[in-house]
Write a protein that binds this ligand. Structure first.
Ligand code: TEU
Ligand code: CA
Length: 564
């Protein structure tokens, strides 16, 4: 049976950087309301808001101190209610970011819990004694360093997968779980249409706290085997479904960065009632090579992507979940560098490569997730100084990397330029004015200098813009006569061994859509095994197609309706 989220095109709004309405340099809910017409112009039908709850903003809202309050900088609950009303009036659904894995250390529960070992909230969190005068285990935080923080008051350590101001919750405590279900229920009652569930694969940990094997490269190591995708996670997701989702058509997308296809089949099988879909990091990690620099966490390394690896991985997920679960399609989110800088060429072939990346990904089977600014080809930013960066992960990475003694300031800054999360968090580029139309005052984080050329206003007056291309692509996926083949069609990979060309078909009833892209800059010639009936999408003005030989210029990309 068709579900609304199968035809969703989800636009991710990072509220802090989308639109400032009250001149404090910080994006807010009224700012989003001001931009509803743009969302309608783009043609998206769903928005995902990053966290808007009360927070001290150590991790820009993912450290929550009141799950039922709206962050003061973003506005009020009345603003939220108005936003929901306006979105729904414009046929746009709203997905909230639900953070279940941890709270802020300023949450009342944690303030109480740390007071004494027998406090009623103590067991809402994960505490342990030190081991041989050090932290309980050698496990590494996702933000670098140990994931244990010593708490003087009771001389115990508490676990924090992320920053030390974000203590992890103890999901083995049933009372805690009930508290989290009540929070989710509160927002479902307010009319939200979906939840993106943050870091959800981490909510169960091995609380026997074994040491992790360590090859000695760094003092602490990732220990996913002890805190990712454990069996209890499935049990808790099913319990969440029973308590919060049963009887609703609320969509759930679990952030399951490290989930394998086998785990994804279990998370997204409809019969298991866990999630409707998950976000895996596998589909965006092809340019990471830990061997390039063992002194730093893998995410900070970068190699040229291998298209054969990309094709094999994407087809594993296309084939593995088809008819059994559901896929998500994304290149960007607020945790990753911007794709046109990462896999494309944001200088000589900015438009062609940005359009190619959209063409190759959003022609696949699954629900697309676009990050604000992706549709105009926003790029990475390279701030001159560390002080211009805002992300707590960057500050921790820099400190830990230099502490190894084997990473220089210049090397660390180069890694920050190419890999940091702030690349995705600079203010939305609305026009070429000094603060890009995002605000009338200096924003909380610097505006990318290229906003003078890359912005919505300029794009709207250019029929050849990346924006016009995304608008067409979204219309094809959501409302055109080709929506069904794009939504339900079976994916078949062609030319599997070709190292530069990515070609596949989508087949649904009597319709065949072919996607043909040159992933790189070298011109390619290929023989097409079908007849082109219609060209739906193309990032060049003319097709060089003679006697069934198609010449593909740098990053050339097409969607065709074909016949065999
Ligand atoms: O990110 C989760 C996250 O980073 C982990 O899933 C980790 O990177 C991955 O499992 C490695 O395999 C979410 C948010 O997207 C991020 O912005 C927050 O900082 C984080 O959770 C904490 O809330
Ligand atoms: Ca504001």
């Amino acid at each position: 049976m068709e579900k609304w989220w199968q035809k969703a095109v989800v636009y991710q709004i990072y509220p802090r950087s989308f639109q400032d309405s009250n001149g404090d340099g910080i994006g807010d809910l009224q700012g989003i309301i001001q931009r509803i017409d743009y969302l309608k112009y783009l043609g998206i039908n769903t928005v995902w808001l990053n966290p808007i709850y009360t927070s001290p903003n150590d991790d820009n809202g993912y450290d929550i101190s009141d799950f039922r309050g709206i962050m003061a900088e973003f506005g009020t609950m009345e603003d939220f209610d108005e936003l929901v009303t306006v979105l729904k009036a414009n046929g746009i659904r709203i997905v909230m970011d639900l953070v279940l894995n941890h709270t802020s250390d300023e949450h009342p529960w944690f303030i109480e819990a740390r007071k004494s070992k027998d406090n009623q909230y103590r067991d809402y969190y994960l505490w342990a004694q030190g081991y041989e005068g050090k932290e309980p285990t050698n496990w590494e935080s996702f933000f670098g360093g140990s994931l244990w923080e010593h708490d003087e008051m009771t001389d115990e350590y508490y676990l924090h997968l992320f920053s030390k101001k974000m203590p992890d919750l103890n999901w083995k405590n049933e009372k805690l779980r009930q508290e989290m279900y009540a929070i989710a229920h509160f927002w479902s009652e307010k009319g939200v249409d979906g939840f993106r569930i943050d870091a959800v694969v981490h909510i169960d940990k091995d609380t026997t706290y074994p040491q992790a094997a360590n090859d000695g490269g760094r003092p602490y190591v990732m220990a996913d085997q002890y805190y990712a995708n454990r069996e209890c996670v499935h049990d808790y997701c099913q319990e969440f479904h029973q308590h919060v989702l049963a009887g609703t058509d609320i969509m759930t997308v679990g952030e399951a960065a490290s989930a394998s296809i086998e785990e994804a089949l279990r998370y997204t099988a409809p019969s298991r009632q866990e999630f409707d879909m998950i976000i895996t990091f596998e589909s965006t990690s092809f340019d990471i090579d830990p061997m390039l620099n063992p002194s730093v966490p893998p995410k900070w390394t970068q190699k040229k992507p291998d298209l054969l690896e990309i094709k094999a991985s994407w087809m594993k997920w296309q084939d593995g979940l088809y008819g059994k679960g559901w896929n998500t399609l994304y290149w960007n989110n607020h945790d990753m560098p911007r794709v046109v800088s990462r896999y494309g060429n944001d200088v000589e072939y900015h438009k062609e490569s940005a359009k190619m990346l959209a063409t190759v990904l959003y022609g696949l089977w699954g629900t697309p997730y676009l990050l604000q600014g992706e549709e105009i080809g926003m790029t990475n930013v390279a701030f001159e100084t560390l002080a211009e960066y805002r992300d707590v992960e960057i500050q921790t990475f820099y400190r830990e990397a230099l502490a190894t003694g084997s990473v220089s300031h210049e090397e660390a800054m180069a890694m920050i330029h190419s890999r940091s999360r702030d690349n995705a968090r600079t203010p939305m580029q609305w026009d070429d004015t000094i603060f890009s139309g995002f605000s009338d005052v200096k924003p909380w984080i610097g505006v990318n200098k290229n906003h003078a050329q890359i912005n919505v206003a300029t794009s709207m007056s250019d029929d050849n813009s990346i924006l016009a291309y995304y608008k067409k692509l979204i219309e094809l996926r959501t409302t055109s006569v080709y929506s069904d083949v794009l939504t339900y069609g079976k994916t078949t990979l062609l030319l599997p061994e070709h190292e530069s060309v990515f070609m596949y078909t989508r087949t649904w009833k009597n319709q065949i859509l072919a996607v043909v892209v040159n992933f790189f800059e070298t011109e390619e010639q290929i023989q097409l095994p079908f007849t082109i009936d219609t060209c739906l999408l193309h990032n060049y003005h003319t097709l060089d197609y003679v006697d069934s030989i198609l010449t593909l210029r740098p990053y050339e990309a097409c969607w065709f309706i074909v016949s065999e």
